[in-house]
Design a protein around this ligand. Structure first.
Ligand code: AMP
Length: 418
């Protein structure tokens, strides 16, 4: 497999797929440029080698072409500033051949939002609501064919392809996967960010130091079933936290008051416990909870056993006994994966459990464990608690990371790795 470090970009035009889908306020000011900063090492290496950059990204979910709200023109100045060169802008990504051909070594251009073209995602657009199944199938077939043409067109702009967009690696889109078919193995590679993400996933999923502990939090068990099932074939300890705790507690016959619960998933919860037992996985459930008499930061609170929550009260976070149990398991681990808070961490009065988990992960990391935090709100947690730089790796990909943990092959990774 080609690597960005081994490739000399001198005199080469590189098509670099990045994820510049940054949040912006109503005046199109970037409110968080993490994703832009994350791609800079790759972009700078290519320029430093004497290559030229064709930078491509999506932004939001446009439904037409063009769609001013989702134009990437709003980020050109910021990208130029961060990159230290004047980035040109091409306002139609499908009509960029001339501008790309004119690029000189050390120059960069940014293509307009790839998703202005339905071909990028390969999903039909503008189908009538009452379209028949045949019409839907025909539209799907047509867009799949033109998606390949679109990928070929994008590939024709460049001499080599670099994918640094982990956030979209789980999508088989034209610019994230199909495009790679038009470059030989020596001319396609991951960028630095993708490399980091891929090696973090490998450390968790294949090259695992034991004991391996996963902490799964968040609101619902239903959104994490496939992940938990796959983790039960990999981990030594599986800590269940957050709102899904109460589905397990109720399934085991406990009283959960008005806590969040998925009544149709009680059997599933019991099945997961059985599977854990069969696989020799230590499933760690909460023993106590911080409960509240309303879903509010200012509600009255108390600590109770997790299976003795009175009517009218709901579990909002784990309690101190559970914090200690979780921390002990985490501190004795050599590989740690954290996805999802232990409670309603958005309310300051219910952050304690998530903070305790974060601190235990930091301590384990200091003692040599590999820790990966990712997939949504746990990233917000480590940022909120100021410990993002004290864990081994914070993933930039939400859905992509979760699909990787589920054990799925990510098209953006497979397209390069083969
Ligand atoms: P997820 O997107 O599934 O990772 O869920 C994250 C959300 O779960 C956060 O917004 C938390 O507030 C929420 N959450 C965690 N614990 C609880 C709980 N005990 N009750 C209700 N929501 C919770």
């Amino acid at each position: 497999m080609q690597t960005i470090d081994n490739f000399n970009f001198a005199g080469k035009k590189a098509f670099v797929r990045v994820d510049f889908n940054v949040p912006m306020d109503e005046n199109f000011n970037i409110t968080d440029d993490t994703r832009i900063r994350a791609a800079l090492p790759t972009l700078k290496k290519i320029l430093a080698d004497g290559g030229s950059l064709i930078i491509a990204s999506h932004m939001g979910r446009p439904k037409k072409n063009p769609d001013a709200k989702y134009s990437l023109k709003h980020i050109v100045a910021h990208v130029s500033e961060k990159l230290g060169v004047d980035v040109k802008f091409v306002d139609d990504c499908a009509k960029a051949a001339e501008a790309c051909a004119a690029l000189k070594p050390g120059e960069a251009l940014l293509l307009e939002n790839l998703r202005f073209y339905a071909e990028e995602e390969g999903k039909p657009r503008g189908l009538a609501e009452d379209a028949t199944d045949e019409e839907k199938a025909a539209a799907k077939k047509a867009i799949k064919a033109s998606q390949k043409e679109f990928a070929k067109l994008l590939a024709s702009y460049a001499d080599c392809y670099v994918n640094d967009a982990f956030g979209t690696a789980h999508r088989a889109h034209a610019s994230t996967a199909l495009i790679a078919d038009y470059f030989d193995a020596d001319h396609k590679m991951f960028g630095y960010l993708m490399n980091q993400e891929v090696s973090a996933i490998e450390k968790i999923m294949t090259d695992t130091a034991r004991p391996f502990t996963a902490i799964m939090g968040g609101s619902k068990v239903s959104s994490k079933i496939e992940i938990i099932e796959n983790l039960l074939t990999k981990v030594d300890n599986l800590i269940i936290a957050g709102g899904m705790t109460y589905t397990f507690t109720k399934a085991l016959g406990g009283k959960i008051g008005t806590s969040i619960c998925e009544d149709d998933k009680l059997d599933l919860a019991l099945g997961l416990l059985e599977k854990a037992k069969a696989n020799g996985v230590n499933m760690v459930l909460a023993v106590d909870a911080k409960i509240a008499d309303a879903f509010s930061n200012d509600a009255n609170t108390k600590f109770v056993n997790v299976d003795e929550i009175p009517d009218g009260w709901e579990g909002m976070d784990i309690g101190p006994k559970t914090e200690a149990i979780f921390a002990d398991v985490i501190k004795n681990s050599k590989t740690i994966l954290w996805n999802g808070p232990t409670g309603v961490f958005e309310f300051d009065n219910f952050t304690s459990g998530s903070r305790a988990v974060a601190n235990a992960i930091v301590e384990a990391t200091k003692n040599g464990a590999f820790s990966l935090v990712g997939g949504g709100d746990s990233v917000a947690c480590v940022n909120k608690f100021g410990v993002a730089d004290k864990v081994s790796y914070v993933s930039t990909g939400g859905g992509a990371l979760l699909e990787a943990i589920e054990g799925l092959v990510l098209p953006g990774i497979a397209a390069i790795k083969g």
